[in-house]
Design a binder for this molecule. Structure first.
Ligand code: B12
Length: 213
């Protein structure tokens, strides 16, 4: 059920009107709503409504891209990235794997983590396994994060652990997120944790980093 406080934001996002969506997001923040709530009850709710348009005959790429642009604008406003710290609390490498071009959720996860003071190396979308594993090694990452929105990318996700092992990164933590992956278990995906939302993933990583020696 849509939170009525989000009605205007969701409507502006679905219109692809990024100026109106930004203004409404600022108003919601000023009224005391947490950024986390605006993402989970506003941005994610708007994207769920887009679902039909991505599947039925009325599929309209331009419309979806405009909504995506509006979502990105609001996410950037809520989590201003600035310059990622050279020495963050820890370094993570994040990517959407080869075969999947969805990146809005990955970008939100990245911004949330940067907002918490982590250094996040973003390898973008459609990323080959070898590129991901090599970057984790090169950047001395403490965890590897993968985002997946289409079910056909799941076999790739299952291979990440082996690619990391081959690079000598056997113990590195591996976290999955995104609409397609969160329907699976950590065991099935061969990862350490499957995040329900960007914030759930960030809390898991916070816990790991607190435990780290
Ligand atoms: C926008 C969109 C697109 C845009 C993507 C724009 C972009 N730059 O990302 C475009 C138009 C390009 C697109 C293309 C396609 N799409 Co599309 N798309 C969507 C749509 C409508 C929204 C996805 C989205 O951005 N959600 C909002 C974000 C914020 O949510 P999220 O990713 O889950 O992220 C949140 C959390 O999960 C978490 N998170 C995400 N990643 C990670 C990672 C980590 C580590 C952590 C901790 C957290 C985390 O953080 C976010 C905030 O909490 C969905 C429908 C839906 N309801 O999901 C379909 C959907 C994902 N698409 C779908 C399909 C089929 C396609 C196409 C194959 C269509 C086609 N026939 O060509 C192509 C894909 C081509 C490819 N090879 O990848 C299907 C996938 C079905 C499936 N299960 O396999 C969906 C579900 C629609 C449907 N019902 O059929 N799509």
């Amino acid at each position: 059920m849509l939170n009525p406080a989000m009605n205007q934001l969701v409507a502006s996002l679905l219109d692809g009107d990024h100026a109106a969506a930004l203004a409404e997001a600022r108003r919601l923040r000023a009224s005391g709503l947490a950024a986390e709530q605006i993402v989970t009850e506003g941005l994610e709710a708007a994207m769920r409504r887009l679902d039909d348009k991505c599947t039925v005959e009325s599929f309209n790429l331009l419309e979806i891209m405009l909504v995506g642009r509006a979502v990105s604008a609001v996410a950037n406003e809520l989590y201003p990235e600035g310059v990622p710290p050279a020495q963050g609390r820890a370094t993570f490498v994040i990517a959407t794997l080869e075969g999947d071009v969805h990146d809005l959720g990955k970008n939100i996860a990245k911004m949330v983590l940067i907002g918490k003071g982590y250094r996040v190396v973003d390898l973008g979308k459609d990323c080959p396994l070898a590129t991901l594993a090599n970057a984790a090694l090169r950047e001395h990452a403490q965890a590897v994060l993968v985002s997946g929105l289409i079910t056909s990318v799941i076999p790739q996700v299952r291979k990440v652990r082996a690619a990391l092992d081959e690079c000598g990164l056997a113990g590195i933590k591996l976290v999955a997120g995104g609409a397609a992956l969160k329907q699976s278990s950590a065991e099935a995906l061969n990862v350490d944790y499957v995040a329900e939302t960007a914030f759930d993933g960030a809390r898991y990583l916070d816990g790991l980093m607190r435990e780290a020696p």
